[in-house]
Design a protein around this ligand. Sequence first.
Ligand SMILES: O=P(O)(O)OC[C@H]1O[C@](O)(CO)[C@@H](O)[C@@H]1O
Ligand SMILES: [Fe+2]
Length: 194
Amino acid sequence: MFDLSNTNSTLVDFDLHTGLSKTRETLRRPLSAMKGMYHDQAAFDATVKSGDPLVYEFFDMGVPDSSGDVAYGTSITYPGKVGDEYHMTKGHFHTVLDTAEVYYCLRGHGLMMMESPEGEVEVQELTPGKAVYVPGRFAHRSINISAKEPLITFFAFPGHAGHDYGSIETQGFRKLVVERDGKPALVDNPRWSK
Ligand SMILES: O=P(O)(O)OC[C@H]1O[C@](O)(CO)[C@@H](O)[C@@H]1O
Ligand SMILES: [Fe+2]
C-alpha cells in the first residue's frame, strides 16, 4: 500500500512502560558513575559497595550535532535513594548555553530541577502527560520521587547543544531534594558556594 523503503527519516520504538527500545541500546549510569554528586558521601560509598544500583539510563540516538538537528530519546531514572536524597541524573548545562530542551513525562513521578548561572532556581513536577520546557541557560536534572516506579521521560533538544557538567560535577546544584517525613523537601545544598 505504501512504499516503506525510506532512507532519510527514522522510526524508533520506545516502550511506554519501560522506556526502553527493542532496537537501540541505552547509555547506563550506575551509582558509581556519580561520585561526589550525592550529599551523603558515606551513604554513597555504602550503596555502591552493596551492589552499585543502576540509577538511570538514556538514549543517545547519534543525531548529528548541528543546530538544524534535534537530539531525542527517553530517559529512565529508577526509584531509590542515596541516604535521604532521591535518585537523580547528574544534570548539566548545555555547552551552547541558550539552547532549550523539552521533556515529556511518560511514566512515574518526578521533579525537574532547573538553575540558571545567576542563581534562579525553578522546579517543575513531572507526572504522565506533563511536558516541561526547560528554557535556555538553565541547567537541568531529573529527580525520581516515587518509591516504586521508574521516572520515564521523552526528551528533545537542539543537536548542537552539547553537555556541560563543569560546575555541577564539582559542587552540584544550589538546591537538593531530600526525603523529610516521607515527603520530598527542597533544601539548600551545603556544598554549594559561589
Ligand atoms: O547528562 P546527564 O545529566 O547525565 O543526564 C542525561 C540525560 O540528559 C539528556 O542528555 C537530555 O538532556 C539525556 O540524554 C538524558 O536524559
Ligand atoms: Fe539537556
